[in-house]
Design a protein around this ligand. Structure first.
Ligand code: NAD
Length: 454
């Protein structure tokens, strides 16, 4: 059950979706807003606050944190925390909150939109028609079908983009410094392999010392084929002058850039200087370049979703998590073990003869009683090697878990970003749904009606 916190005062430094303020107020927090004062003025009063809600108004550095003597959390209404000295904040016991779950779908949809727009010359041909030019051959497009898309940085955004690509017959590869992040939507490979195979590169890395200027002449040259680049991550990860040189040489076929090297760190301005870098002038005139003002994560839906994620995460710091009731408890037992076999019939016969399993065409149903004395069954089934039932997982096995309330559980899993495969199906013996675990293994979830068998 939720308990009311002691007085916790939160300073909102940027405006956000109203639900953020309203829900925090309803939960017993005290909200105050200051959207205009200078950083120095905020520093002078920051010791009065327990929490900060900020987008990208200014950097939160060690000097600021030293003055924030009562600060318990910083919530950034966005995906990354690069504008905060995270190491120093954590040393001071300040909890850091970001909300990548709130805008990852927006980013993935825009990345896909930009790619398809580039492939089909949509912006170029639209501009031409407005100028009275009707050019068909010069706007012949490319298809994603059969191409290889390489994703660098396979976290929230990278994974969401790979999910969007599932409907295309494209090979999707990912490269990440973390091991074992690949899943059913993207195969994790070494950077070299990605550079050998990719026709399209999409960047989804944070801005760090390693990713700063990562896409430079040497990096681009290491690609075996000419390729297209999409950058919805951070502008400073790409050396624009080298990108332009690659566009001019034909090594880069096109570029879709939602973020630019020249952006200010508040992302609210492009330049303060009067002069425009030469490379940027080239981008402005290039037909195979698509530009947008850092809006990939900026949708009506993400505006509200980001706020909701932040509210949930702030509440989770101060309120005890509600314990799931027995009815909501996720998995209640193993419902089945399914695996691929060279010849299921011979295998079933072997298990019958040597281990006494009373196998039928489906394998073997093991009957038992749960703690409350209810009838329960666990299924053991070999499947033919060419079964499609385990797809999209490429594994040799599939687990089946018994659950209490399939619909509620699927809703919760979906909201948490877990991949749900297909739609639930109902049979005489219960309801079934399918999900993928973080390694891409397919799991069958089963809400059984065991009485049907008795
Ligand atoms: N354009 C927009 O509107 C917008 C919106 C949201 C996020 N973003 C940006 O998208 C990027 C990704 O955000 P996210 O939430 O997915 O981050 P994330 O932390 O969830 O994922 C980033 C992944 O990159 C990997 N990585 C880090 N350094 C790497 C390197 N040198 N080489 C390869 N992989 C590396 C990490 O291991 C991680 O798996 C960030 O730069 C974020 O700021 C942009």
């Amino acid at each position: 059950m939720e308990s009311k916190p002691e007085k916790i005062t939160i300073l909102h430094l940027d405006s956000n979706h109203p639900t953020l303020w309203e829900q925090l107020e309803q939960a017993g927090f005290t909200n105050e807003a200051d959207y205009t004062a200078s950083k120095q003025e905020i520093e002078a009063k920051i010791s009065n606050y327990h929490g900060i809600v900020i987008r990208s108004r200014f950097d939160i550095d060690a000097a600021f944190l030293d003055k924030a003597t009562n600060l318990q959390f910083i919530a950034r209404v966005g995906a990354g925390l690069e504008s905060i000295d995270c190491v120093y904040a954590e040393k001071k016991g300040i909890q850091l909150i970001a909300a990548p779950e709130g805008n990852r779908n927006a980013v993935s949809e825009q990345a896909l939109g930009m790619l398809l727009s580039l492939f089909n010359n949509l912006n170029k041909s639209d501009k031409e028609i407005r100028e009275g030019k009707w050019i068909r051959e010069g706007n012949r497009g490319h298809e994603l079908d059969g191409k290889t898309v390489g994703i660098i940085g396979y976290g929230n955004m990278g994974k969401a983009f790979a999910k969007k690509l599932r409907g295309f017959d494209a090979e999707v590869l990912c490269y990440d410094i973390k091991p074992f992040v690949g899943d059913a939507n993207a195969k994790q490979v070494a950077l070299k392999e990605l550079q050998q195979k990719a026709d399209v590169l999409s960047l989804h890395t944070p801005w760090t010392p390693e990713t700063n200027k990562m896409v430079n002449a040497k990096f681009i040259d290491a690609f075996a084929k000419p390729f297209w680049l999409i950058n919805t991550a951070r502008g400073k990860s790409v050396v624009t002058a080298d990108l332009v040189a690659a566009l001019q040489s034909g090594k880069l076929l096109g570029a879709a850039l939602d973020v630019l090297e020249y952006e200010k760190s508040s992302f609210e301005q492009l330049f303060t200087e009067d002069t425009m870098p030469e490379a940027f002038q080239y981008l402005l005139s290039a037909d195979n370049v698509l530009l947008s003002p850092h809006i990939a994560g900026w949708t009506f839906e993400s505006h509200e979703r980001l706020a909701q994620v932040i509210v949930n995460k702030i509440k989770a710091i101060y309120f005890e998590e509600e314990k799931p009731t027995a009815a909501e408890k996720h998995v209640t037992g193993i419902g089945g073990v399914f695996f691929k076999s060279k010849d299921p019939k011979i295998l079933r016969d072997w298990y019958k003869k040597h281990l006494g399993l009373a196998t039928d065409d489906y394998g073997w149903s093991f009957w038992w009683h749960d703690k409350e004395g209810n009838a329960a069954m666990t299924q053991w089934s070999p499947f033919a090697n060419d079964t499609k039932y385990f797809e999209p997982s490429e594994k040799q096995f599939m687990q089946n878990f018994r659950v209490n309330n399939l619909d509620t559980l699927l809703e919760k899993l979906k909201a948490a970003g877990v991949t749900v495969v297909g739609k639930p199906e109902s049979y005489d013996y219960g309801k079934f749904g399918w999900i993928l675990d973080c390694e891409g293994n397919k799991i069958e979830l089963w809400e059984p009606i065991d009485k049907a068998f008795l």
